[in-house]
Design a binder for this molecule. Sequence first.
Ligand SMILES: NC(=O)c1ccc[n+]([C@@H]2O[C@H](COP(=O)([O-])OP(=O)(O)OC[C@H]3O[C@@H](n4cnc5c(N)ncnc54)[C@H](OP(=O)(O)O)[C@@H]3O)[C@@H](O)[C@H]2O)c1
Length: 296
Amino acid sequence: MGWKIDSLPDQSGKTCIVTGANVGIGFATVNYLAAKGANVILACRNVDKGIAALADIRKATPSADVTVEKLDLASLASVRSFADTVLARYQGLDVLINNAGVALPPPGKTEDGFEIQFGTNVLGHFALTGLLLPLLSKTPGARIVTLSSTAHWFAKIDFDNLNAERNYDKTKAYGQSKLADLMFAYELQRRLEKTGSTTMSLAVHPGVAMSELFRYSAGLNFFLGFLSQSIHEGAWPTLMAAVDPSLKGGEFIGPGGFLTIKGEPTVQRSSDRSHDPAVASRLWDVAQTLTGVKYL
Ligand SMILES: NC(=O)c1ccc[n+]([C@@H]2O[C@H](COP(=O)([O-])OP(=O)(O)OC[C@H]3O[C@@H](n4cnc5c(N)ncnc54)[C@H](OP(=O)(O)O)[C@@H]3O)[C@@H](O)[C@H]2O)c1
Protein backbone atom coordinates (compact mmCIF):
# COMPACT_ATOMS: atom_id res chain seq x y z
CA MET A 1 0.00 0.00 0.00
CA GLY A 2 1.39 3.38 -0.98
CA TRP A 3 0.82 6.99 -0.01
CA LYS A 4 -2.56 8.32 -1.10
CA ILE A 5 -3.03 11.69 -2.77
CA ASP A 6 -6.20 12.11 -0.67
CA SER A 7 -3.92 12.43 2.34
CA LEU A 8 -2.23 15.58 0.99
CA PRO A 9 -2.81 17.96 3.90
CA ASP A 10 -3.65 21.63 3.88
CA GLN A 11 -0.61 23.62 2.70
CA SER A 12 -1.74 27.11 3.77
CA GLY A 13 1.15 29.22 4.98
CA LYS A 14 3.75 27.27 3.02
CA THR A 15 5.89 28.77 0.26
CA CYS A 16 7.05 26.36 -2.45
CA ILE A 17 9.14 26.65 -5.61
CA VAL A 18 8.69 24.21 -8.50
CA THR A 19 11.18 24.40 -11.36
CA GLY A 20 9.89 23.61 -14.86
CA ALA A 21 6.32 24.11 -13.70
CA ASN A 22 4.60 25.20 -16.90
CA VAL A 23 3.93 21.68 -18.23
CA GLY A 24 4.20 18.04 -17.26
CA ILE A 25 4.83 16.74 -13.76
CA GLY A 26 5.83 20.18 -12.47
CA PHE A 27 2.55 21.68 -13.65
CA ALA A 28 0.56 18.86 -12.02
CA THR A 29 2.56 19.30 -8.81
CA VAL A 30 1.70 23.01 -8.66
CA ASN A 31 -1.98 22.25 -9.26
CA TYR A 32 -2.12 19.99 -6.21
CA LEU A 33 -0.12 22.34 -3.96
CA ALA A 34 -2.13 25.41 -5.00
CA ALA A 35 -5.44 23.59 -4.50
CA LYS A 36 -4.30 22.93 -0.91
CA GLY A 37 -3.52 26.60 -0.26
CA ALA A 38 0.27 26.79 -0.74
CA ASN A 39 1.90 29.89 -2.18
CA VAL A 40 3.73 28.47 -5.22
CA ILE A 41 6.36 30.11 -7.40
CA LEU A 42 6.47 28.60 -10.88
CA ALA A 43 10.11 28.84 -11.95
CA CYS A 44 9.97 28.74 -15.76
CA ARG A 45 12.46 29.47 -18.53
CA ASN A 46 9.66 30.80 -20.74
CA VAL A 47 7.58 33.31 -18.77
CA ASP A 48 4.78 33.39 -21.37
CA LYS A 49 4.33 29.62 -20.98
CA GLY A 50 4.35 30.14 -17.23
CA ILE A 51 1.61 32.76 -17.44
CA ALA A 52 -0.49 30.42 -19.60
CA ALA A 53 -0.01 27.73 -16.94
CA LEU A 54 -1.15 30.17 -14.23
CA ALA A 55 -4.40 30.71 -16.12
CA ASP A 56 -5.01 26.93 -16.26
CA ILE A 57 -4.23 26.55 -12.55
CA ARG A 58 -6.65 29.35 -11.68
CA LYS A 59 -9.38 27.68 -13.75
CA ALA A 60 -9.14 24.70 -11.39
CA THR A 61 -8.46 26.76 -8.24
CA PRO A 62 -9.67 30.38 -8.59
CA SER A 63 -8.09 31.32 -5.24
CA ALA A 64 -4.68 29.85 -6.18
CA ASP A 65 -1.76 31.84 -4.73
CA VAL A 66 0.66 31.34 -7.63
CA THR A 67 3.25 33.48 -9.41
CA VAL A 68 5.72 33.00 -12.25
CA GLU A 69 9.40 33.91 -12.13
CA LYS A 70 11.93 33.54 -14.92
CA LEU A 71 14.45 30.73 -14.34
CA ASP A 72 16.58 29.26 -17.10
CA LEU A 73 18.61 26.46 -15.56
CA ALA A 74 20.83 26.42 -18.63
CA SER A 75 22.20 29.82 -17.61
CA LEU A 76 24.03 30.37 -14.32
CA ALA A 77 23.34 34.11 -14.66
CA SER A 78 19.61 33.34 -14.80
CA VAL A 79 19.87 31.00 -11.79
CA ARG A 80 21.61 33.76 -9.79
CA SER A 81 19.10 36.37 -10.87
CA PHE A 82 16.14 34.12 -9.91
CA ALA A 83 17.70 33.34 -6.51
CA ASP A 84 18.37 37.06 -5.88
CA THR A 85 14.70 37.83 -6.57
CA VAL A 86 13.46 35.09 -4.25
CA LEU A 87 15.91 35.99 -1.46
CA ALA A 88 14.87 39.64 -1.64
CA ARG A 89 11.13 38.95 -1.73
CA TYR A 90 10.49 36.02 0.62
CA GLN A 91 11.09 35.52 4.33
CA GLY A 92 11.03 31.71 4.18
CA LEU A 93 10.95 28.77 1.77
CA ASP A 94 9.31 25.50 2.85
CA VAL A 95 9.76 23.35 -0.25
CA LEU A 96 12.12 23.56 -3.20
CA ILE A 97 11.21 21.07 -5.93
CA ASN A 98 14.06 20.53 -8.41
CA ASN A 99 11.75 19.19 -11.11
CA ALA A 100 12.75 20.70 -14.48
CA GLY A 101 14.50 18.42 -16.89
CA VAL A 102 15.54 17.94 -20.47
CA ALA A 103 15.87 14.47 -22.02
CA LEU A 104 17.59 13.09 -25.10
CA PRO A 105 18.08 16.36 -26.99
CA PRO A 106 20.44 16.71 -29.94
CA PRO A 107 23.98 17.78 -28.95
CA GLY A 108 23.96 21.19 -27.34
CA LYS A 109 25.55 23.39 -24.70
CA THR A 110 24.19 25.61 -21.97
CA GLU A 111 25.05 29.31 -21.92
CA ASP A 112 28.06 28.45 -19.75
CA GLY A 113 29.30 25.72 -22.11
CA PHE A 114 28.08 22.62 -20.23
CA GLU A 115 26.48 19.63 -22.00
CA ILE A 116 22.79 20.53 -22.06
CA GLN A 117 21.43 17.64 -19.94
CA PHE A 118 24.18 17.72 -17.30
CA GLY A 119 24.12 21.53 -17.26
CA THR A 120 20.34 21.85 -16.91
CA ASN A 121 19.32 18.81 -14.88
CA VAL A 122 22.31 18.74 -12.52
CA LEU A 123 24.43 21.89 -12.43
CA GLY A 124 21.53 24.35 -12.69
CA HIS A 125 19.73 22.68 -9.78
CA PHE A 126 22.97 22.33 -7.79
CA ALA A 127 23.58 26.08 -8.06
CA LEU A 128 19.94 26.95 -7.39
CA THR A 129 19.82 24.81 -4.25
CA GLY A 130 23.02 26.33 -2.87
CA LEU A 131 21.87 29.88 -3.51
CA LEU A 132 18.47 29.26 -1.87
CA LEU A 133 19.82 27.24 1.06
CA PRO A 134 20.05 30.25 3.43
CA LEU A 135 16.29 30.79 2.99
CA LEU A 136 15.47 27.08 3.35
CA SER A 137 17.70 26.82 6.42
CA LYS A 138 15.83 29.50 8.29
CA THR A 139 12.47 27.81 7.56
CA PRO A 140 11.79 25.04 10.11
CA GLY A 141 11.24 21.62 8.50
CA ALA A 142 12.07 22.76 4.95
CA ARG A 143 12.47 20.11 2.26
CA ILE A 144 14.37 19.88 -1.01
CA VAL A 145 12.94 17.36 -3.48
CA THR A 146 15.02 16.41 -6.53
CA LEU A 147 13.64 14.49 -9.52
CA SER A 148 15.67 11.51 -10.64
CA SER A 149 14.57 8.57 -12.79
CA THR A 150 14.67 4.79 -13.04
CA ALA A 151 17.17 5.56 -15.83
CA HIS A 152 19.71 5.94 -13.01
CA TRP A 153 19.82 2.12 -12.69
CA PHE A 154 21.63 1.80 -16.03
CA ALA A 155 23.92 4.78 -15.55
CA LYS A 156 27.33 5.51 -14.13
CA ILE A 157 29.26 8.70 -13.50
CA ASP A 158 32.07 9.12 -16.02
CA PHE A 159 34.18 11.99 -14.72
CA ASP A 160 36.04 12.16 -18.04
CA ASN A 161 32.84 12.65 -20.00
CA LEU A 162 30.52 14.65 -17.71
CA ASN A 163 30.22 17.38 -20.30
CA ALA A 164 30.45 15.20 -23.41
CA GLU A 165 34.17 16.03 -23.64
CA ARG A 166 34.90 12.66 -25.33
CA ASN A 167 31.60 11.90 -27.06
CA TYR A 168 27.88 12.56 -26.82
CA ASP A 169 25.47 9.66 -26.40
CA LYS A 170 22.15 11.28 -25.57
CA THR A 171 20.77 8.25 -23.68
CA LYS A 172 23.90 7.80 -21.57
CA ALA A 173 24.06 11.52 -20.90
CA TYR A 174 20.44 11.56 -19.70
CA GLY A 175 20.99 8.52 -17.46
CA GLN A 176 24.17 10.02 -16.06
CA SER A 177 22.38 13.30 -15.32
CA LYS A 178 19.59 11.49 -13.46
CA LEU A 179 22.07 9.37 -11.48
CA ALA A 180 23.93 12.59 -10.65
CA ASP A 181 20.63 14.18 -9.50
CA LEU A 182 20.02 11.21 -7.20
CA MET A 183 23.58 11.25 -5.83
CA PHE A 184 23.30 15.01 -5.32
CA ALA A 185 20.11 14.52 -3.26
CA TYR A 186 21.79 11.84 -1.09
CA GLU A 187 25.01 13.83 -0.66
CA LEU A 188 23.03 16.96 0.19
CA GLN A 189 21.25 15.04 2.96
CA ARG A 190 24.58 13.73 4.34
CA ARG A 191 26.04 17.24 4.37
CA LEU A 192 22.91 18.79 5.92
CA GLU A 193 22.98 16.16 8.67
CA LYS A 194 26.63 16.92 9.44
CA THR A 195 25.74 20.57 10.10
CA GLY A 196 22.80 19.58 12.32
CA SER A 197 20.34 21.20 9.89
CA THR A 198 16.66 20.25 10.03
CA THR A 199 16.31 20.79 6.27
CA MET A 200 15.68 17.47 4.51
CA SER A 201 16.75 16.38 1.04
CA LEU A 202 14.74 13.64 -0.69
CA ALA A 203 14.85 12.15 -4.17
CA VAL A 204 11.99 11.07 -6.38
CA HIS A 205 11.28 9.21 -9.57
CA PRO A 206 7.87 9.54 -11.22
CA GLY A 207 7.75 6.15 -12.95
CA VAL A 208 6.60 6.76 -16.49
CA ALA A 209 4.30 9.75 -16.97
CA MET A 210 2.91 11.04 -20.26
CA SER A 211 4.54 14.47 -20.28
CA GLU A 212 6.48 16.44 -22.88
CA LEU A 213 9.79 14.98 -21.66
CA PHE A 214 10.46 12.84 -24.69
CA ARG A 215 9.63 15.60 -27.15
CA TYR A 216 12.91 14.90 -29.00
CA SER A 217 12.12 11.21 -29.42
CA ALA A 218 8.76 10.60 -31.14
CA GLY A 219 9.23 6.80 -31.28
CA LEU A 220 9.88 6.53 -27.55
CA ASN A 221 6.93 8.80 -26.82
CA PHE A 222 4.64 6.52 -28.82
CA PHE A 223 5.92 3.40 -27.05
CA LEU A 224 5.73 4.93 -23.55
CA GLY A 225 2.16 6.04 -24.26
CA PHE A 226 1.03 2.44 -23.74
CA LEU A 227 2.79 2.13 -20.38
CA SER A 228 2.47 5.49 -18.82
CA GLN A 229 0.34 7.13 -16.19
CA SER A 230 -0.94 10.72 -16.29
CA ILE A 231 1.18 13.72 -15.30
CA HIS A 232 -1.06 14.00 -12.22
CA GLU A 233 -0.23 10.49 -11.05
CA GLY A 234 3.39 11.22 -12.00
CA ALA A 235 3.34 14.08 -9.47
CA TRP A 236 2.34 11.87 -6.52
CA PRO A 237 5.88 10.76 -5.57
CA THR A 238 7.01 14.41 -5.57
CA LEU A 239 4.08 15.40 -3.36
CA MET A 240 4.67 12.54 -0.95
CA ALA A 241 8.35 13.55 -0.68
CA ALA A 242 7.36 17.17 -0.13
CA VAL A 243 4.87 16.59 2.69
CA ASP A 244 4.71 13.10 4.22
CA PRO A 245 5.77 13.42 7.88
CA SER A 246 6.79 9.74 8.12
CA LEU A 247 9.66 10.19 5.63
CA LYS A 248 13.30 10.74 6.51
CA GLY A 249 15.88 12.77 4.64
CA GLY A 250 17.81 10.75 2.06
CA GLU A 251 14.86 8.57 1.07
CA PHE A 252 13.93 7.80 -2.54
CA ILE A 253 10.25 7.81 -3.49
CA GLY A 254 8.59 6.35 -6.58
CA PRO A 255 5.45 4.55 -7.77
CA GLY A 256 4.86 1.27 -5.96
CA GLY A 257 3.10 -0.56 -8.79
CA PHE A 258 4.33 -2.97 -11.49
CA LEU A 259 8.04 -2.38 -12.22
CA THR A 260 7.66 0.97 -10.42
CA ILE A 261 6.16 2.39 -13.61
CA LYS A 262 2.95 3.60 -11.99
CA GLY A 263 0.88 3.42 -8.84
CA GLU A 264 0.76 4.90 -5.37
CA PRO A 265 4.16 6.10 -4.19
CA THR A 266 6.33 4.22 -1.70
CA VAL A 267 9.90 4.41 -0.39
CA GLN A 268 12.15 2.60 -2.88
CA ARG A 269 15.69 1.34 -3.24
CA SER A 270 18.17 2.69 -5.75
CA SER A 271 21.26 1.27 -7.42
CA ASP A 272 24.42 0.44 -5.45
CA ARG A 273 26.27 3.05 -7.51
CA SER A 274 23.91 5.78 -6.32
CA HIS A 275 25.03 5.13 -2.73
CA ASP A 276 28.77 5.55 -3.36
CA PRO A 277 29.76 8.43 -1.04
CA ALA A 278 33.22 8.89 -2.59
CA VAL A 279 31.79 9.42 -6.08
CA ALA A 280 29.06 11.67 -4.68
CA SER A 281 31.58 13.80 -2.83
CA ARG A 282 33.79 14.11 -5.91
CA LEU A 283 30.76 15.06 -7.99
CA TRP A 284 29.88 17.72 -5.41
CA ASP A 285 33.40 19.19 -5.71
CA VAL A 286 33.14 19.22 -9.51
CA ALA A 287 29.74 20.91 -9.36
CA GLN A 288 31.11 23.56 -6.99
CA THR A 289 34.03 24.26 -9.30
CA LEU A 290 31.94 24.38 -12.47
CA THR A 291 29.15 26.54 -11.05
CA GLY A 292 31.18 28.68 -8.65
CA VAL A 293 28.46 28.06 -6.04
CA LYS A 294 30.07 26.63 -2.90
CA TYR A 295 28.07 25.40 0.08
CA LEU A 296 28.05 22.85 2.90
N1 LIG B 1 7.83 11.84 -17.56
C1 LIG B 1 8.50 10.77 -17.14
O1 LIG B 1 8.10 9.63 -17.43
C2 LIG B 1 9.73 10.92 -16.32
C3 LIG B 1 10.44 9.77 -15.97
C4 LIG B 1 11.57 9.89 -15.18
C5 LIG B 1 11.98 11.13 -14.73
N2 LIG B 1 11.28 12.25 -15.11
C6 LIG B 1 11.77 13.55 -14.61
O2 LIG B 1 10.67 14.34 -14.21
C7 LIG B 1 11.00 15.73 -14.33
C8 LIG B 1 9.85 16.48 -15.01
O3 LIG B 1 9.78 16.05 -16.35
P1 LIG B 1 8.43 15.95 -17.18
O4 LIG B 1 8.24 14.53 -17.50
O5 LIG B 1 7.34 16.70 -16.54
O6 LIG B 1 8.91 16.68 -18.55
P2 LIG B 1 8.32 17.92 -19.37
O7 LIG B 1 6.86 17.80 -19.56
O8 LIG B 1 9.19 18.01 -20.60
O9 LIG B 1 8.62 19.16 -18.42
C9 LIG B 1 9.93 19.57 -18.22
C10 LIG B 1 9.93 20.99 -17.68
O10 LIG B 1 11.30 21.40 -17.52
C11 LIG B 1 11.45 22.67 -18.13
N3 LIG B 1 12.81 22.95 -18.53
C12 LIG B 1 13.56 22.33 -19.48
N4 LIG B 1 14.74 22.96 -19.61
C13 LIG B 1 14.74 23.98 -18.72
C14 LIG B 1 15.65 25.01 -18.39
N5 LIG B 1 16.82 25.16 -19.04
N6 LIG B 1 15.33 25.90 -17.42
C15 LIG B 1 14.14 25.80 -16.79
N7 LIG B 1 13.22 24.88 -17.07
C16 LIG B 1 13.53 23.97 -18.03
C17 LIG B 1 10.49 22.63 -19.31
O11 LIG B 1 10.25 23.94 -19.80
P3 LIG B 1 9.74 24.19 -21.34
O12 LIG B 1 8.28 23.87 -21.35
O13 LIG B 1 10.03 25.63 -21.56
O14 LIG B 1 10.54 23.26 -22.21
C18 LIG B 1 9.28 22.00 -18.64
O15 LIG B 1 8.60 22.96 -17.90
C19 LIG B 1 12.33 15.77 -15.09
O16 LIG B 1 13.38 16.02 -14.18
C20 LIG B 1 12.47 14.38 -15.68
O17 LIG B 1 13.82 13.99 -15.85
C21 LIG B 1 10.18 12.17 -15.88
